[in-house]
Design a protein around this ligand. Structure first.
Ligand SMILES: NC(=O)c1ccc[n+]([C@@H]2O[C@H](COP(=O)([O-])OP(=O)(O)OC[C@H]3O[C@@H](n4cnc5c(N)ncnc54)[C@H](O)[C@@H]3O)[C@@H](O)[C@H]2O)c1
Length: 299
């Protein structure tokens, strides 16, 4: 059968092959002109609902970093901390740097009766509340043989009971705020390891994982996600007493596969992710953020 050579499509221009194409005049194209005037959403706002977030323990360390990262993502923030001045300072910084509505309140989260008033002022200041980060926490270093009711309750009330009661108190607001509402509890890798001086702390952090799963079960059908973050060693005032012991910092750095302690930003970025729609199918999870420490040992 005779083959026929396909005819070359006629060239639309007389430009020789390989010649550099003349740059189109972008302003001559109506589509392009329209595109250049479209307002771009800053990357850090992507996937974030515009609703406010309550951050307990937001006056220091991980909570403070969470408040700043959430504000950077365009979210109004309410800082609830027993340190009133610290809460106000962080609220002011979030407002000044990221121009979001904020409020800083002095509140002891171990006293549930203060929650209703704090919530009411926060709703007034932020409009809607679609997120909770429970970062308030204390270590309460006492060996099990030295424990009494008071020292046990002090740790459990702040670290665990407050998380549960806050969840209950904030649920109506999270539901009102609509799809995308989410909760993150700051647990710890101590949830998985025993520690000579931290029995109450370890128990509270392990308890938070149980609370995470149960609350995810109850709130999931209503579109509210609940997750826990389990940091390793983070360089904050909470860890200072341990890090002041000679050789401890270097030892922790050496034993961590990533060869450094975490800074609060390392944890806040994960919390911010869990509160965003990017994590829209993550619920009931416990996310370890420890530079690889629990892959080989504990603190
Ligand atoms: N630093 C670490 O290595 C580490 C590791 C794992 C988990 N965590 C957890 O992360 C969370 C934040 O810890 P951090 O390291 O940022 O500590 P931090 O001491 O820097 O901050 C804790 C904040 O909680 C506030 N707070 C304490 N008691 C309170 C109360 N009764 N009511 C309201 N606020 C109260 C404090 O004023 C402080 O601002 C804690 O839950 C902690 O257990 C920390």
């Amino acid at each position: 059968m005779a083959t026929t050579k396909s005819k070359k499509a006629p060239s639309k221009t007389n430009r020789p092959r390989g010649a550099i194409r003349k740059k189109a005049n972008v302003n001559s194209s109506p589509t392009r002109a329209r595109r250049t005037t479209t307002r771009r959403v800053p990357w850090e706002h992507l996937g974030h609902p515009s609703t406010g977030v309550v951050v307990t323990g937001g006056a220091s360390g991980i909570g403070e970093a969470c408040a700043l990262h959430l504000a950077e993502a365009g979210r109004p923030v309410a800082i609830w901390d027993i340190d009133k001045k610290g809460a106000e300072r962080v609220a002011d910084e979030c407002a000044a740097r990221f121009r979001v509505p904020t409020i800083g309140l002095g509140l002891d989260v171990s006293k549930s009766k203060g929650f209703a008033a704090a919530l009411s002022s926060s709703l007034k200041a932020l409009g809607q509340i679609g997120g909770l980060v429970h970062a308030a926490g204390i270590a309460g270093a006492v060996q099990v043989t030295m424990l009494d009711d008071e020292s046990w309750d002090a740790v459990l009330d702040v670290n665990l009971r407050a998380a549960a009661i806050l969840t209950k108190e904030l649920t109506p607001s999270l539901l009102d705020a609509g799809p995308g509402s989410a909760i993150v509890y700051l647990s710890s890798i101590e949830a998985f390891f025993g520690h000579d001086f931290l029995p109450a702390y370890s128990a509270s952090k392990a308890g938070l994982l149980g609370l995470t799963r149960s609350a995810a079960h109850t709130l999931g059908p209503h579109g509210i996600r609940v997750n826990a973050v389990c940091p390793g060693a983070v360089d904050t005032p909470l860890l200072a007493p341990l890090l002041e012991i000679e050789g401890q910092r270097a030892d922790l750095e050496r034993r961590t596969p990533l060869q450094r302690l975490a800074v609060p930003d390392d944890i806040a970025k994960v919390v911010r992710f869990l509160l965003s729609d990017e994590a829209g199918y993550v619920s009931g999870a416990s996310l370890v953020v420890d530079g690889g420490l629990t892959a080989i040992s504990g603190i």
